[in-house]
Design a protein around this ligand. Structure first.
Ligand code: IPM
Ligand code: MG
Length: 362
């Protein structure tokens, strides 16, 4: 029986406790389907700083090298402590560093509105179709402004700062192929988002997307300017199925779509390098204020497990079993504090109970 090796890297804040629930669900899958998962624990972010005085220590790098997939929590500390040695540069040196270390270039960010939770969405009720809404973002993660040279310098007696935005055709082609392949399989349409009326990188983006599209005549796609896309996402969210975009636009638009489900606690994400290696992390942050009170919603982390099983281990049935278990738990009225509105049929539960309920349903 193949053994699947998983690097479990919970990070800071709520990371540890939601990962406990994710592991519960993974164990339920293991038992039901007769798989064997080997989990090893690693440190990152402030948690790693406490032990190694590094946000991304060598031990954690080796753990990633050993693993078949990374299940990641979240990183970052309390706002009031941002300037301390422990937290300063924590995000750059942990999450951005691990993305770079693993060469992660495709970031999938689903945002779904469960019909039972449509009342929590920021969207007006009439904007949400009866069977819910599901938008999947394909965000490029390895180039663009994030990874170009960053410089602050003096010129003409004043301070200047410069961030270089660079894209290679190969990188664009890789993520475009990824999205078009998925769209061919699912029949979804693609909105490719750029700022081609201004930026050269965006013109290249368009050119390469058009080239890739030629090999997928059955996939319908359109080019969108990012400003217009942001506007239409709010006005007509049901126009969108797949969104394909570069690093910074994807960062901003995915925060926008993350308001659709009504809670960040419902949103998982997956990132891949060109060899298909995957890292799975919830879209929300480390929420240090809410940590260790048994209130946080573990669903995002649990849905990360589903994405990991599907994309890294090819376990489609197992992934669907988790997604169905999550949906059933919501249908049955169980709500962590972020979802609870004292409505009829709702039962308020803590982090651990939510994990138990989902694991049972698997
Ligand atoms: C995200 C985050 C990161 C990003 C930050 C923490 C660097 O906002 O994953 O969306 O901008 O990529
Ligand atoms: Mg972001």
């Amino acid at each position: 029986m193949p053994q699947y090796k998983i690097a479990l890297i919970p990070g800071d804040g709520i990371g540890e406790e939601v990962c406990v629930e994710a592991v519960k669900v993974l164990k339920a899958v293991e038992k039901k389907y007769g798989h064997s998962f080997e989990l090893k624990h690693g440190l990152i972010g402030g948690a790693a700083w406490d032990v190694h005085k590094s946000h991304f220590p060598d031990e954690t790098k080796s753990l990633c090298d050993w693993s078949d997939a990374v299940l990641f929590g979240s990183v970052g500390g309390p706002v009031a402590e941002q300037d301390t040695e422990k937290w300063i540069n924590c995000e750059r040196e942990s999450i951005l560093a691990i993305r770079k270390y693993l060469g992660l270039t495709v970031n999938l960010r689903p945002a779904q509105v469960f019909p039972e939770l449509a009342h929590l969405s920021v969207l007006k009720a009439e904007k949400v179709p009866e069977n819910g809404l599901e938008i999947l973002m394909f965000r490029e993660l390895s180039q663009g402004l994030y990874f170009g040279e960053h410089t602050t310098y003096e010129k003409d007696g004043q301070k200047h700062a410069r961030d270089i935005c660079d894209y290679s055709a190969d990188t664009i082609r890789f993520i475009a192929e990824f999205a078009f392949r998925a769209a061919k399989q699912s029949g979804k349409k693609i909105a490719s988002v750029d700022k081609a009326n201004v930026l050269d990188t965006s013109r290249l983006w368009r050119e390469v997307v058009d080239e890739v599209a030629k090999n997928y005549p059955e996939v319908s796609y359109e080019h969108w300017l990012v400003d217009n896309c942001a506007q239409q996402l709010v006005k007509n969210p049901d126009w969108f199925e797949y969104i394909l975009t570069e690093n910074l636009f994807g960062d901003i638009l995915s925060d926008l779509t993350s308001t659709f489900p009504g809670s960040l606690g419902l949103l998982a994400s997956a990132s891949f390098n060109q060899e298909g290696f995957g890292l799975y992390e919830p879209s929300g942050g480390s929420a240090p204020k809410r940590a260790n009170q048994n209130i946080i919603n573990p669903i995002a982390q649990i849905l990360c497990v589903a994405m990991m099983l599907r994309h890294s281990f090819g376990m489609e049935d197992e992934a669907i079993a988790i997604e169905k278990a999550v949906h059933q738990t919501i249908k049955d009225g169980y709500r962590t504090y972020d979802l609870y509105r004292e409505l009829e049929g709702e039962t308020k539960v803590g982090t651990d109970q939510m994990g138990d309920l989902i694991a049972e349903r698997v």
